[in-house]
Ligand binder design. Structure first.
Ligand code: GDP
Ligand code: MG
Length: 440
């Protein structure tokens, strides 16, 4: 897996400070091999690696994160950025009927996907859907869709022998208008290779039907070829999205990255089996892990982030050890609270602090946090460093500035005082060493 590969490279990366170019390049060579193993198309893998390299070289290595982890973070972020962070929806907000045109090579799964998607739209989105097969080249292709339609409980346009694709499309839209269908799905003919005749036919159909969605159906198992297919189609019609089929097979997901990179369009659905229900919304993040053959990337990054938190906590503990805890520290602490379980969790573990737990948990409540943050922001730096200077007049000013009340400010100051006292008690107990140890 990639983590194994990177492990040996990263063992050599012991330096601190900024990531140097030689180290990044060495690591990225391994990333490139892993991408190719995941079936990402070569030019796409190359571009991806160049992109990440450019971003990572010279980047500062965060405290307590190894350079290796840092590189992994860049790879992970770039993957998510390319694949898209979120699941993409169909855009059917047009005057009905909304036309969905399915395009792709023969055998990619167009007809099956047309029926799967029609069923999903019918059941999940409560749409009235009409399907029509424009595949007049292959005998029985239209009948195949009719059979699937009966299986899915979705209407198909009656077959009129001898009609050409454009005429069938026109007839489908006309019927849909008359019978108040919400969606018309056009299953176009495919060929074994991208060719002029196929493209001309597809363009003609697109012109007559002005589709709301034009979905390219691609077999995820055609890893390296996927790019040529995508380029061929993307250059001819305005694609709005991609459906990757056969993700149930041993597809390693690389096609997803390739498709996304070449078309720039989101992958909207994934076919995960032959059955009529085997269609899922596409989740980019899951695939990001799959592509690199490692869910570890994510956990590695998370562990790195975890390490950063530990360092922050240690820094605070060091400050507290000196008996110092001003309002700036309180502010930093409030921001950390939700992330690390905060002082409330700590209070619960430390003898002598149990009584504070309620107040501290309350402080960690997000709405209260926003208020406190506002109050702290309305204070001057001097007031935060020396809370004792905050007199009645200052309180009124702070309350006005933060949209809160003097009462709330008093509460905040009281809580701070209690916490500062608790810190002192903790120090006397010699508990800070223990406290810091708990984070490790
Ligand atoms: P078309 O030529 O593009 O219309 O492709 P078809 O829809 O006829 O599909 C070709 C074959 O692929 C059929 O046997 C389908 O059952 C199968 N197929 C389609 N999608 C999937 C999928 O997501 N997973 C699997 N395992 N098979 C699929
Ligand atoms: Mg077909």
């Amino acid at each position: 897996t990639l983590s194994d590969r990177l492990g040996s490279v990263f063992d050599r990366l012991r330096g601190r400070g900024a990531l140097n170019e030689a180290d990044v390049r060495a690591a990225m060579r391994e990333v490139r091999v892993a991408l190719l193993e995941a079936d990402v198309a070569l030019p796409v893998a190359r571009d991806f690696v160049d992109q990440v390299t450019e971003k990572a070289v010279g980047a500062e290595v965060l405290r307590s994160v190894t350079p290796g982890q840092m590189v992994v973070k860049y790879v992970h972020d770039a993957l998510v950025e390319t694949l898209g962070a979120e699941t993409a929806e169909l855009n059917l907000g047009v005057t009905p009927p909304a036309v969905i045109m399915m395009v792709g090579l023969q055998g990619s799964g167009k007809t099956t996907t047309t029926a799967k998607l029609a069923k999903r739209l019918t059941e999940k989105d409560r749409k009235k859907v009409l399907m029509a097969s424009l595949d007049v080249a292959r005998p029985a292709a239209q009948e195949q869709l009719a059979v699937l339609g009966r299986q899915a409980n979705v209407d198909t346009l009656p077959i009129v022998p001898g009609q050409q694709p454009v005429d069938i499309a026109r007839r489908a839209i006309q019927s849909a208008r008359l019978q108040a269908y919400d969606v018309v799905m056009l299953d176009t003919a495919g060929r074994l290779h991208v060719d002029d005749q196929l493209m001309a036919e597809m363009k003609a159909v697109a012109e007559t039907s002005t589709p709301a969605e034009t979905l390219l159906v691609v077999d995820a198992l055609t890893g390296q070829d996927a790019v040529n297919v995508a380029k061929g189609f993307a250059g001819q019609v305005d694609l709005t999205g991609v459906v990757l089929t056969r993700l149930d097979g041993d597809a390693r997901g690389g096609a997803a990255l390739s498709m996304r990179a070449v078309t720039g369009k989101p992958i909207k659905f994934a076919g995960v089996g032959e059955g009529i229900d085997a269609l899922e919304a596409f989740h980019p993040q899951r695939v990001a892990g799959r592509i690199l053959g490692m869910g570890d990337v994510v956990s590695l990054v998370e562990r790195a982030a975890e390490t950063i938190k530990v360092e922050e906590a240690e820094a605070l503990a060091a400050k507290m050890a000196k008996g110092k805890f001003d309002l700036d520290d309180l502010r930093a602490q409030l921001q950390q609270m939700q992330r690390m379980g905060g002082l409330g969790a700590l209070a619960n573990m430390m003898p002598g602090l149990k009584g504070m737990k309620g107040a501290m948990d309350k402080a960690a409540d997000s709405k209260a946090l926003v208020h406190m943050e506002a109050m702290l922001s309305s204070m001057t730096a001097k007031e935060r460093a020396k809370p004792e200077v905050i007199n009645a007049k200052r309180k009124i000013r702070i309350a006005k500035g933060s949209g809160t009340t003097v009462q709330e400010i008093n509460k905040l100051l009281k809580m701070h005082m209690e916490m500062a006292n608790a810190m002192k008690r903790l120090k006397k107990m010699g508990g800070l060493g223990k406290l810091a140890a708990m984070f490790n």
